[in-house]
Write a protein that binds this ligand. Structure first.
Ligand code: ADP
Ligand code: MG
Length: 697
């Protein structure tokens, strides 16, 4: 297949295929259920299933699977073949409507955060007709939601779809107030920019830390780091380029709009950005993208690291979640318009977002909280743990003018009037030059930059959708009953700005001054995941999610529990891996090198008693002291891990990890890294940062 346009989407049961393969009324019924997000009735489902199966078999598929997104953050699948016995040792290829619509995987091995104890172990998956079926590894994959039999969401897709419904409903109320009666739906759109590292597979296999935890738990900085910044947008190496080419092609076949690729700031770091699409699809596509990155890397003898911080001292990887709202007739609601009404509508949505973010800083922080992302936030490479909004100078001036009641003179270009009161007219802010902001308005969308590279974008978008839906609801409740719309609208926007403008910050988010300033403004600063996550179940949040039917309180508690459990598990695995490497690799290696030095000194003393052995002796002393300290710290860490895991409740356990285990890990690492720098390379028991980052690929 040579032509890109032919290749694009060739493994997707998309609209074109459906139109071609389905009878007209079946096609219509499918489209209707896609539009309404409802499931198909069984007679229609049988016809669709049959057509899907024939199409998939034609493309070489032998199996089908419900493809879902449990709370592990990755995707899950259980493959069944199409074969059905028909007697005489013969089989036919079969796939029923029932199998398309509903699956019953055993839910008991997926995290449920206590839901399983209270409810049933069984779970079921249900086709999400808003996301097309596709073929991967000779299996027909049906994107599905995953719930318990009691109806509790056990996945990330279900609440995401709920949040999309809710924001559509509330945004529609606002859009209607501005006279846009033809709009039937509002969708949120997302374009996630994905960062990743590529390293050599053979080197990777020599590091148990990378294999078990995805990051290096030991490792000193090489003489050259990213000081020269010569990697960013640099020429792409041949092997990497071959990987990227294949990745693009495989993504295109799956209808994924991979658009740009380039080298990132750190050595061996790269980025891929797709063209944005509906949030639900963007989430599915990002999951597939991450999966394919890993798979295709293997084929090129590379390993793709999606960890947030694979190398200490080197920029980590994030994911930028570009988010906007769009009507079903294609209007971007965050695009400042040309007419006064368009701009007033834009300002209404903007005000709602400002209010939403200020009132729910905690939820945005929680949505990107993990043990691994803690390495990035506030480390001079990613936004800090403090949530704020960047609007740019021009837009901020507009808001200031509205607040103070003064006229905003848009470079003498006139101003915008809505009835009696005056709302200024302004041009779309040209560019976002501030790369330090956690949530930046970038002309016609918001870019949420706090996500870690390995995250599913579902979580952060559930939060964005829900909190903005909530603010829109409050606005709509007020404005729908207004007798003087323009006056009340102006008042509402003005009051909102006054009340919530503390969340707007256009300066350098990486600076220490901002931390102090943010504190003065009363903004939240949950520095670690352990501090942030328990606030998931604060009363305010329980009420918010219940009001908008995104999570029941049981679901919310379970999610909070899963996040904390995961935090503790990740650190347990990291800690144990460190202990293991310390005992089996590093301590013996240094010890051996010391012996070699001692032997050399002794041999020289015999051969030539009057030469100086001072350098060697100093080195022996230094390494011996460090290795002794290192040895002791290994047991301290082991002990802390044991103590931590004796604590029953995850909330307290995670605090113990943060306060005791992490410092013990860091202290152990410091000794090792110091030894690495003075130990002969030949004796160091694993590939170093130079090997991994500069010479490997
Ligand atoms: P950069 O942030 O690197 O300057 P762009 O601003 O062009 O690049 O786009 C970054 C990402 O934002 C892309 O994935 C793009 O598809 C996405 N994006 C652009 N417009 C929207 C939108 N309306 N909604 C969601 N994502 C969008
Ligand atoms: Mg960007």
């Amino acid at each position: 297949m040579s032509k890109l346009s032919e290749m694009f989407g060739c493994l997707v049961f998309n609209d074109d295929v459906m139109r071609e393969k389905l009878p007209k009324d079946t096609y219509k019924a499918v489209k209707k259920s896609m539009y309404e997000g409802k499931s198909l009735d069984s007679s229609v489902a049988n016809i669709v299933a049959n057509a899907m199966k024939d199409w998939a078999i034609e493309k070489g598929a032998t199996h089908f699977t419900h493809w879902f997104q449990p709370m592990t953050g990755i995707t899950a699948e259980k493959h069944d073949s199409f074969i059905t016995p028909v007697g005489d040792g013969k089989v036919i290829m079969d796939f029923s409507g029932k199998e398309l619509i509903k699956g019953e995987p055993d839910a008991s091995s997926f995290p449920s955060g206590g839901l399983r104890a209270t409810f049933e172990a069984r779970g079921y998956t249900a086709w999400d007709p808003t996301s097309y079926a596709f073929i991967k590894d000779n299996s027909l994959c049906i994107p599905t939601a995953f719930c318990s039999y009691g109806g509790h969401a056990l996945d990330k897709k279900t609440p995401l779809l709920r949040s999309m419904e809710e924001i559509s409903y509330q945004a529609l109320r606002i859009v209607k107030l501005f006279g846009n009666d033809d709009v039937k739906r509002v969708v949120t759109t997302v374009g996630p920019e994905q960062e990743y590292f590529l390293i050599d597979k053979n080197l990777y296999k020599q590091r148990r830390d990378l294999m078990f935890t995805g990051r290096t738990l030991f490792g000193a900085m090489p003489p050259k780091g990213q000081d020269l910044e010569d990697h960013y947008f640099g020429t792409i190496k041949t092997r990497v380029s071959a990987f990227m080419k294949e990745l693009d092609e495989e993504l295109w076949k799956l209808g994924i709009l991979a658009k740009t690729k380039h080298n990132e700031a750190a050595p061996s770091q790269h980025e891929l950005a797709p063209i944005f699409t509906t949030t639900n699809i963007a989430t599915d596509h990002n999951q597939i993208t991450m999966e394919l990155m890993k798979k295709i890397a293997e084929k090129h003898d590379l390993v793709c690291l999606l960890h947030e911080k694979p190398f200490k001292g080197v920029n980590g990887s994030g994911k930028h979640n570009n988010w906007s709202l769009s009507t079903d007739n294609g209007t971007n609601l965050l695009e400042p318009g040309n007419s006064p009404y368009e701009n007033a509508q834009f300002l209404t949505f903007l005000a709602a977002i400002i209010k939403a973010v200020d009132e729910n800083q905690d939820l945005l922080r929680i949505s990107i909280a993990s043990a691994s992302n803690d390495h990035r936030l506030g480390a001079n490479e990613a936004p800090p743990a403090i949530v704020s909004i960047f609007l740019g100078e021009e837009l901020t001036e507009v808001l200031d003018a509205i607040e103070s009641g003064s006229d905003y003179e848009e470079k003498k270009a006139g101003r915008m009037e809505v009835g009696v009161h005056v709302l200024p007219k302004f041009r779309k802010d040209t560019t976002d030059r501030n790369r330090t902001s956690p949530l930046a308005f970038t002309g016609n969308k918001f870019e949420f930059r706090m996500l870690g590279s390995s995250f599913s974008v579902a979580g952060p978008n559930i939060m964005m959708n829900t909190i903005v839906a909530d603010a829109l609801k409050q606005f709509a409740d007020k404005l729908e009953n207004s007798e003087n719309f323009t006056k009340d609208l102006h008042k509402l926007i003005k009051e909102t700005i006054k009340k919530h403008k503390r969340i707007i910050f256009n300066g350098n988010n990486y600076s220490d001054e901002w931390v102090k300033e943010a504190e003065k403004r009363g903004l939240l600063n949950y520095k670690t995941a352990a501090e942030a996550i328990p606030h998931y179940v604060d009363q305010k949040n329980i009420e918010l999610f219940k009001l908008h039917k995104i999570f029941t309180d049981v679901e919310l508690y379970s999610r909070c529990e899963i996040l904390l459990e995961n935090y503790c598990k990740v650190l347990t695995i990291e800690g144990r891996t460190m202990v293991d490497m310390a005992k089996k690799d590093i301590f013996p290696a240094v010890s051996k090198y010391i012996n070699v030095l001692c032997d050399a000194v002794n041999a020289r003393k015999n051969a030539c008693p009057d030469i100086s052995n001072k350098p060697e002796q100093e080195l022996i002393k230094k390494l011996s002291d460090l290795n002794a300290s290192f040895y002791e710290k290994t047991f301290i860490l082991e002990n802390e891990l044991e103590k931590a895991n004796e604590i029953e409740a995850y909330k307290e356990r995670s605090v113990y990890f943060k306060d005791n285990v992490i410092p013990a890990m860091e202290s152990l690492r410091n000794d090792a890294d110091e030894m690495e720098l003075i130990c002969a390379k030949k004796y160091w028991p694993m590939p170093t940062y130079d090997d991994l980052l500069f010479f490997g690929v």
